[in-house]
Design a protein around this ligand. Structure first.
Ligand code: ATP
Length: 269
């Protein structure tokens, strides 16, 4: 019954050019990339680099994208796993998967490990049901054991994403674990324009499309929403047999997305 799968390993081709509107986080990120690329430089200076970095932000703000871009820029293998998959697994499976993943990453170091939806297993222990010996907790303990068990000079960096940093077990945030944080907020107007620019790169735009104006009219949209907006607009153009995507197509797409969200929020109050 278990949908368990091993950690994916990929060679990321994503670069920082694919990530827009995160100016405030760029400095932290470039330091992390530099560390993965030239670990000797840091070691020589006696600098201890972080083992774990938490990517915090609402859904669709580019946490996964950013993790891939870091791996792509540093040209290191990218191992990823989603913590939500460990729920309802057979006891011990999650922990074994975590152990395997760390082992493989260390073999290929420098490497980057990405744990998505960390809060799915990283919630405060003891507070929930289970009383301490459930799958969730074993998996979490295994992550902590692995992070404590390797030295910073092994050059494996663990990134973990969450949109609920408030519920995380404090053990995760201790020094030597996820002791650094990069926050991704919902994009403000200029950031939305920059994100739109990334996503229209391969889209033939009509002369009447004004991205700055579009950015101004998409308050509350995440990066994922903006990507979706561009795609919906292109689909609208195709449906209308146009060879360019016009301002009208973006209007139709925007209305669709906003109405869709209203419908969804009525279904799930
Ligand atoms: P979730 O919490 O739902 O997993 P996430 O924060 O990991 O979301 P991503 O999966 O990285 O978000 O974002 C989905 C897609 O939205 C990305 O693949 C990318 O195409 C687009 N996107 C999100 N943020 C940005 C951004 N800052 N710049 C460019 N594209 C973005």
């Amino acid at each position: 019954k278990s949908k368990a799968r091993r950690a994916r390993k990929e060679t990321s081709t994503t670069t920082l050019d694919d990530v827009a509107g995160i100016e405030s986080a760029k400095r932290d990120i470039s330091e992390i990339i530099d560390f993965l690329k030239t670990p000797e430089k840091y070691r020589r200076l006696g600098a201890v680099m972080p083992k774990g970095v938490l990517l915090v932000g609402p859904p669709g703000t580019g946490k996964t994208l950013l993790a891939r871009a870091i791996a792509g820029e540093a040209e290191v293998p990218f191992f990823s796993i989603s913590a939500s998959e460990f729920i309802e697994m057979f006891v011990g499976v999650g922990a074994a998967r975590v152990r395997d993943m760390f082992q493989n990453a260390r073999k290929e170091a420098p490497a980057l490990i990405f744990i998505d939806e960390l809060d799915a297993i990283g919630r405060s222990r003891g507070a929930g049901l289970g009383g301490g010996h459930d799958e969730r907790e074993q998996t979490l303990n295994q992550i902590l054991t692995e992070m404590d068990g390797f030295e910073a000079h092994e050059n494996v960096l663990v990134l973990a994403a969450t949109n609920r940093p408030d519920v995380l077990d404090s053990a995760l945030l201790r020094p030597g674990r996820f002791d650094r944080k990069i926050t991704l907020d919902r994009p403000h107007k200029d950031a939305r324009e920059a994100i739109l620019k990334v996503h229209v790169r391969k889209v033939p735009l009509a002369g009447d499309v004004n991205l700055a104006q579009l950015a101004a009219r998409t308050t509350g949209f995440s990066g994922a929403d903006l990507k979706n907006l561009v795609n919906e607009a292109a689909l609208t153009a195709a449906r209308e047999n146009r060879d360019e995507v016009t301002a009208h197509c973006f209007e139709v797409a925007r209305d669709r997305i906003i109405l869709g969200e209203e419908r969804d929020s009525q279904l799930t109050p």
